[in-house]
Design a protein around this ligand. Structure first.
Ligand code: UDP
Length: 483
């Protein structure tokens, strides 16, 4: 408790598929922390509600970011989500097929029904433990399930969605019951309206990027280069491939190995450890001075030090580059999810598309010249298009949904209601379990048990996919028969 009432909790739900969702949540949290700090320093502003500008005192709040799949899901969903990185690196076409195949309301609904049981209880436990006052989903696969779980618990709190894709927006982003959406582009807004979301619920606020991008740089480009250990006098070609170091990053690095431009290369491989090790081994073969980095935590410094960024069409990286007025060269895109971003960059004339080695060399030739007119044109457009303050606007939107400090918490007296809702499913589960035929204990488990001098595990430990499907089938039958 504070002077203004109960401390509120804002729960951000993300998934570490790529690094964009976590970056976006971090950016909003940092913006909120800065707003909090500003309020502390300017007591006159205290007590004004961010939405109305007047009224009740502003509550104190905590912010929690949780990777819902890491913390709450289990096999096979958990493992499936972890395959995102390898999938976009080694089998992007397959990923694209899955993305497209599920991008219709009906098919997504079917996929959701299959996947939901592997997350639902875990997410419920998390929400019951944290007791948030507002939930912000920053991932398309977490919107529907969050609403479902709140319904299971029997509680109504504001749920907001921050859309972090620019143009290709999967239908999973839009779920009936979400109180407000923040979208980054007009295209995304139109798609939200097309998906049946009421206009008043959709706010075009931009892409949340680190608040550092919103501030005027405190150093010169040369000073930023020196801070990173780069040559302060040479232009920097920054190569990135999102958090996973994917989307043609290896090909781009291989292509530039024997190209000699009056510049230096800074290659960020993200979580792609193998690429980092390979490039570090081959450093001596690069014609230009080259520096290889793994996952970096100071992307704003890298962007401020760079003269041009070569990247896959990741929305986070594109918007960060725009905030630094950097020209963008796109080498690839995650199929389905990021393909629209190529058009976004080309249509807005802020960069070039270079899918082949020849295209990349030609594009760099055009853009590396500091006095080039095309470079100036791209920079001007980037300045016009960028919305570096987006994190603050989104933070204010979220704060407008945080209940006022003195308002009673919806969680007060909740456990009674939750208890009242639970039994039906539990009873049904027991009825079904009692009727389930025993499943054979796998041979491996039996041998392990014998080796350890124990009894073979109980069949309840053997909860494979087949059993899951059977349980669901029986549950449905029991329900239909209205037991
Ligand atoms: N990023 C980072 N360190 C790295 C690589 C990437 O902080 O070493 C951040 C980058 O600044 C951006 C996000 O990760 O905010 C990548 O998002 P994007 O949408 O471009 O690609 P994703 O990784 O989601 O596929």
């Amino acid at each position: 408790m504070t002077g203004t009432g109960r401390t509120r909790t804002i729960l951000f739900l993300i998934a570490d598929t790529g690094a964009g969702h976590r970056s976006a949540a971090n950016a909003i949290v940092r913006a909120m922390a800065e707003l909090k700090q500003q309020r502390r320093q300017a007591p006159a502003a205290r007590g004004r509600h961010p939405a109305t500008g007047a009224g009740d005192a502003h509550p104190a709040y905590n912010m929690v970011i949780v990777d819902a799949f890491e913390e709450c899901s289990h096999f096979p969903l958990r493992n499936g989500v972890f395959l995102y990185g390898p999938a976009i690196k080694y089998s992007p076409r397959l990923y694209g097929r899955i993305y497209r195949a599920t991008n219709s309301t009906q098919r997504f609904e079917a996929a959701r029904r299959i996947c939901q049981p592997f997350l639902r209880q875990g997410l419920r436990r998390l929400i019951e433990r944290i007791q948030p006052d507002v939930i912000v989903s920053v991932h398309p696969l977490l919107n529907h399930i969050t609403l479902q779980v709140l319904n299971d618990i029997g509680i109504r709190i504001p749920v907001l969605t921050v859309v972090t894709d620019l143009v290709s927006i999967h239908c999973a982003w839009f779920a009936r019951g979400v109180d407000a959406y923040s979208v980054p582009t007009e295209t995304a807004r139109q798609l939200a309206l097309g998906a049946g979301v009421a206009g008043k619920r959709v706010r075009l606020l931009g892409m949340p990027i680190d608040p550092k991008f919103a501030r005027a740089p405190e150093y010169t480009r040369e000073q930023f280069r020196a801070e990173l250990g780069l040559d302060p006098t040479l232009p920097v070609i920054l190569l990135v491939g999102g958090g996973e170091g994917a989307g043609g990053l290896r090909l781009a690095a291989e292509t530039l190995k024997y190209v000699d431009l009056p510049a230096q290369l800074a290659i960020i491989t993200g979580r792609n450890q193998r690429l980092r090790a390979d490039l570090q081994r081959e450093l001596g073969e690069f014609a230009m001075p080259t520096h290889v980095f793994g996952f970096v935590k100071n992307m704003p410094t890298f962007m401020r030090a760079a003269d041009v960024v070569v990247t896959k069409a990741g929305p986070g990286t594109i918007c960060e580059a725009l905030a630094c007025d950097l020209p963008i060269i796109l080498t690839g895109a995650v199929p389905g999810q990021e393909e629209g971003n190529i058009d976004y960059v080309l249509d807005n004339e802020v960069g070039l598309y270079a899918p082949t080695p020849d295209d990349l060399i030609a594009a760099l030739d055009r853009l590396i010249e500091p006095s080039g007119s095309e470079l100036a044109w791209f920079r001007e457009n980037a300045c016009r298009l960028s919305h570096a303050q987006a994190s603050f606007d989104i933070a204010r939107l979220i704060l407008s949904y945080v209940p006022a400090g003195k308002a009673p918490s919806v969680w007060g007296g909740w456990s009674k209601r939750a208890h009242a809702r639970r039994p039906r499913v539990t009873v049904l589960r027991h009825v079904v379990a009692a009727r389930m035929p025993p499943l054979p204990v796998p041979i491996g488990a039996r041998l392990r048990a014998r080796r350890m001098g124990r009894h073979a595990p109980n069949r309840s430990y053997v909860f494979g996919l087949a059993r899951m499907a059977e349980v669901r089938r029986l549950l449905r039958r029991e329900r239909d028969a209205q037991i």
